[in-house]
Design a protein around this ligand. Structure first.
Ligand code: PEP
Ligand code: MG
Length: 598
């Protein structure tokens, strides 16, 4: 379809990044990149003038970003760090110094030099197939775009002037654009590109307007003034909907609003089941800025702090001091609640930019996580030192990923012992009774769980990897997505085995993979005896609601049959049926539809 099919209903599907449903008129905004810029050589006598021109454009860019930041509405203040990171990018040596150096050395104009610096940054990160990294490269592109515009004197329309009730349709929006939106007018937005963890998406969530990104061709298919439905729960966008479809979405909208108010009321209540079993609900996080969101969603601590991102984000490996400051800050913010810091899980789909790693035929089975750390003791010990030092400032627990057997655990513990000795010698304080746990995410660790339990304080089941390794299904291979089955009976039996081993050894056990935040899986986990869950912060309210609605005793009785089922399909059906009796309120009101976007 093209824009010429005026009035014809058309449905698109993209990535839902900010929940809610809106129906309104489309407003197309042109966020196309600066297309034309000249490349020319600069005479020696003009070089300093060219550098000044570049410096002036960066100063203007700084001023613009500061103006946006200072004008941010109250609900976005907690996200000012995104604009701060853009401000830092302007002066990053890979961009700023490198561009000036190019102007002077290659004698080329500022635009050309800046583009070359951008290309170099892109190619440094291109090998890393990671959504987080590609989003950070995207941040650099946004900043470069702004500087280029300022160099060309070609100002872009500010979105702060939009004061009609519209839904914005753009190829892409930068965090600066999103921060400027007047949300009493702008009802939502959709874009052709973007992913779930892009900064624009994070800001949209804070603005609490529905957003769908990654629609690929929205700007080509939507015409100015077209009626749009944006479903930020499911990722659906309907262009020029029929009356029936409008009514259907109005009903969905009402259900969502009711859901939001019922969820908000309970997210800070304790997660205690109807029959009085307290369940600990914690959040997973990847970077420092998420701590606040975890708190706001009612988490009782951080059950999994994935620490890879400080290693992925810059060309150099982070220093002990940088790591320590980051961990300390998280520990202090979340105290007295605990934070479980997981040691590096590099390898597989995450590579440190400051470290050359050989190409492997099967990276997921390769030099990953604890294996990498044991092979690189200096990198590992630096991180252990930072975590231990941070433990003095809060309630820190330490966890090793991907343990596949006892020897590996003993080797890792020995290194930790050496680090503790060093700290003792240097009179550096740390929590001497820091709890140590391991992730159970490799089938051999499940089988050895009884033995492993004698050497640690807790287990945390990483179902994301456990499914991958137990079912031999690459977790990032979309072609095999249908085989990646949390309801596979083998997996359920494995979880039961780990829970039993932990119980017999008297240590605690939690689940921190995606299953923990899945309403359909959570009842199984609770019925198996799991009483601690760690999940994406956004899932906390609905999971708490489910916990508060069910009786664990009844769940156990309901799920007793599960062990006898032999296929994932049977288990899935069994669970869906049981959910209707266990949590009728949620099932009937349709709150469980598209739950993963709520
Ligand atoms: C897991 O494997 O379930 C897990 C929580 O770790 P990650 O997703 O970081 O591998
Ligand atoms: Mg894992």
């Amino acid at each position: 379809m093209t824009k010429s099919d005026i009035g014809v209903q058309k449905a698109l599907r993209g990535v839902a990044v900010s929940p809610g449903i809106v129906i309104g008129k489309a407003r197309l905004v042109d966020r196309s990149k600066v297309k034309i810029f000249y490349q020319y050589l600069i005479g020696d006598d003009q070089l300093s003038r060219e550098v000044e021109r570049f410096e002036e454009a960066t100063r203007t860019t700084e001023e613009q970003l500061n103006t946006i930041k200072n004008g941010m509405p109250e609900q976005l203040k907690g996200h000012a760090f995104i604009l701060d990171s853009h401000l830092m990018i302007i002066k990053d040596s890979m961009l700023y110094d490198a561009t000036i150096h190019r102007i002077l050395k290659e004698k080329i104009n500022a635009e050309w030099a800046l583009k070359k610096s951008l290309e170099e940054i892109r190619s440094a990160f291109i090998q890393v197939d990671d959504e987080y990294i590609s989003n950070r490269v995207n941040d650099v592109e946004n900043v470069v775009e702004r500087i280029l515009r300022n160099l060309s004197g070609d100002e872009q329309e500010s979105l702060s002037h939009i004061n009609e009730r519209v839904i914005i349709v753009a190829h892409e929006l930068s965090p600066g654009d999103t921060s400027e939106l007047n949300t009493s007018k702008v009802m939502g937005f959709i874009t052709d590109v973007g992913g779930r963890t892009s900064h624009a998406a994070i800001i949209a969530q804070a603005l609490q307007i529905p957003v769908v990104v990654g629609l690929e061709s929205a700007t080509q298919l939507v015409g100015e003034g077209d009626l749009l439905i944006v479903d930020g729960n499911s990722g659906e966008v309907v262009i020029n909907p029929d009356d029936d479809v409008i009514i259907e979405y109005q009903e969905k909208h009402l259900r969502h609003e009711k859901y939001k108010s019922s969820i908000a009321r309970i997210s800070h209540l304790p997660a205690v089941s109807l029959d009085g079993h307290p369940i600990v609900v914690k959040a997973n996080m990847e970077f420092l800025e998420e701590v606040t969101a975890a708190r706001e969603h009612g988490s009782e601590g951080i059950g999994l702090y994935r620490t890879e991102f400080l290693y992925l984000k810059s060309k150099e490996l982070p220093t002990e001091e940088e790591l320590f400051q980051d961990y300390r800050e998280v520990a202090e913010i979340i105290a007295p609640e605990p934070v479980t810091i997981r040691t590096l899980d590099l390898g597989a789909d995450k590579f440190a930019s400051g470290y050359e790693i050989d190409r492997e035929a099967n990276p997921a089975l390769g030099l990953r996580a604890i294996r990498f750390c044991l092979k690189e003791p200096e990198i590992f010990k630096r991180q252990l030192r930072a975590i231990l030092r941070a433990s003095h400032y809060g309630n820190v627990q330490l966890m090793f990923p991907m343990i596949s057997g006892l020897q590996e655990l003993l080797d890792a513990k020995e290194m930790m012992g050496q680090v503790k000795d060093d700290l003792d010698r240097e009179n550096i304080e740390y929590d001497r009774s820091i709890k140590l746990g391991i992730m159970i995410e490799v089938p051999s660790a499940v089988i050895m769980a009884e033995t492993l339990a004698n050497h640690v304080d807790f287990f945390s089941i990483g179902t994301n990897d456990l499914i991958q390794y137990a079912l031999a299904v690459d977790r990032v291979n979309e072609q095999l997505a249908y085989m990646y089955q949390p309801f596979h009976p083998a997996l359920i039996q494995m979880i039961r085995q780990v829970v039993n081993a932990a119980r017999d050894a008297g240590i605690s056990v939690s689940v921190c993979g995606e299953m923990a935040g899945d309403p359909f899986c959570v009842c199984i986990l609770l019925s198996l005896g799991i009483n601690e869950l760690s999940m994406n912060a956004r899932a906390i309210p609905i999971i708490k609601k489910i916990i508060r609605t069910i009786s664990i005793k009844e769940a156990r009785a309901d799920f007793e049959d599960i062990m006898r089922l032999s296929t994932a399909k049977e288990v899935r059906e069994h669970v869906s049926n049981r959910m209707k009796t266990l949590v009728p309120e949620l099932a009937e009101k349709g709150y469980l539809e598209g739950w993963d976007y709520l």
